[in-house]
Write a protein that binds this ligand. Structure first.
Ligand SMILES: Cc1ncc(COP(=O)(O)O)c(C=O)c1O
Length: 398
């Protein structure tokens, strides 16, 4: 999104404002598909990254299914017209009520624990996928590493015999072998190692229809970071899947379920500078009309987001701390960031905010959720109006 369009959108819809460019989303979907030569290949979208219906619809139209992790995400996928067969529910700490709802909807569940396998069988499920913990984790931060001994996710690979025993005893077919080892990797060595584990486990599952290698593909947030070598990633995965199918004696569907890779770079959070404070200790704080309530990634994961001053790109650069309007000292988007010196009223663009941005937003400090706009073929349209304070307060019984 260029500067003029951003300024027009901020003027029309106000700030803070999330903007998603659907053409970028489409391009990422196509790049991923093109990188995987193996067939059959069924990519899913991990909708938790950005559940905005216009974004999800765009990805579904590119032939993706949905990886859901809650009843709400299943409901969203079905409401967009996706058949239950194209939705996978990857559970963790699922309740029996949630299980019943998913089974009634006809959605396949990926069980992440042995007790869930037993409970699925007890509820009459005939087929299931199993999320394994392949002991190899990856990810841009420990909080988004989802495999290895410290994580709650998946059934440890050493417990495969127990999975087989439950499956035989209960007549529960394990039709999918699943892993998701972490989020935001740019380099695929750990992913490749985990794939070797999951394919080796899958060899021992007699009723297999698919192997799902999860998501986690990163994007270059920081200056100087290189994008993933998607061609090499796809070639390695396709070769592994070919070798697996040959050994298994049947062509098994390969799945991936990226979230961030498809949507992060499509999104920008526009915010207005509300305060510029120079302290006697030599720091300059640039305050904005948003905060970690709308984009928590920096506070939560020490993430980096590029930030641009759209109002005065020619101004003399200065090292500033860009902070939000939330009453917490951790409400910081960037420390000592070199930026054309902002003034009150300037429009800033926080880039690469399309994944885990609005999706993780809260109304902390009783600040309403921002609006969302999508740009489709260069044409903007409102996807979600800004929440009003009245709407926020109406959640309580007064
Ligand atoms: C089960 C599962 N699949 C896929 C993803 C998507 O990860 P990413 O957005 O890094 O591709 C996640 C993210 O947490 C996940 O938990």
């Amino acid at each position: 999104m260029d500067r003029d369009l951003a300024r027009r959108l901020a003027a029309a819809y106000g700030t803070p404002l999330y903007v998603y460019d659907l053409d970028v989303v489409r391009a990422r979907c196509r790049a991923l598909r093109a990188a995987i030569a193996y067939r059959p290949f069924q990519p899913l979208y991990a909708v938790k990254a950005n559940p905005c219906p216009a974004v999800v619809r765009t990805i579904i139209d590119e032939g993706f299914g949905i990886d859901a992790v809650s009843p709400g995400e299943v409901r969203l996928a079905l409401r967009l017209g996706l058949s239950p067969a194209r939705v996978l529910y990857t559970e963790n700490s699922m309740s029996d009520a949630e299980q019943a709802e998913a089974l009634a909807a006809g959605v396949l569940i990926t069980a992440g624990s042995l007790d869930r396998l037993e409970r699925l069988a007890a509820a009459g499920a005939q087929a299931v996928a199993v999320r394994f913990n392949p002991d190899v984790g990856a990810g841009a931060h420990p909080k988004i590493c989802t495999a290895g001994p410290l994580t709650k996710f998946g059934i440890p690979q050493a417990e495969l015999p127990r999975v087989l025993e439950i499956s035989r005893r209960r007549g529960l077919r394990v039709v999918g072998a699943h892993m998701h080892i972490g989020s935001g990797f740019l380099e695929s060595a750990a992913f490749a190692a985990a794939c070797r584990v999951i394919f080796a486990l899958a060899r021992q599952l007699p009723d297999l229809a698919f192997v799902d290698c999860g998501g986690g593909l990163g994007i270059p947030y920081r200056p100087g970071e290189e994008p993933m070598d998607l061609a090499a990633f796809g070639a390695q995965l396709s070769a592994d899947a070919e070798a697996f199918s040959a050994a298994y004696g049947q062509r098994i569907e390969l799945r991936l379920e990226p979230g961030r890779f498809l949507v992060a770079e499509a999104g920008t959070l526009l915010t207005t500078v509300t305060s510029v404070k120079r302290t006697p200790w030599g720091r300059t704080f640039v305050g904005c009309d948003t905060g970690f309530n709308h984009l928590v990634r920096v506070a939560m994961y020490d993430a980096y987001h590029r930030i641009e001053n759209l109002s005065r790109p020619e101004a003399e650069p200065a090292a500033v701390d860009i902070v939000g309007n939330i009453c917490e000292s951790g409400d910081v988007f960037a420390r000592e960031r070199l930026l054309p010196m902002p003034e009150v009223g300037d429009l800033l663009a926080i880039r690469d905010a399309g994944a885990y941005g609005f999706a993780m937003a809260s109304h902390y400090n009783l600040r309403p959720l921002p609006a969302e706009v999508v740009i489709d073929g260069g044409q903007p349209r409102l996807a979600r109006p800004r929440q009003t304070l009245d709407e926020l307060l109406a959640g309580w019984r007064w």
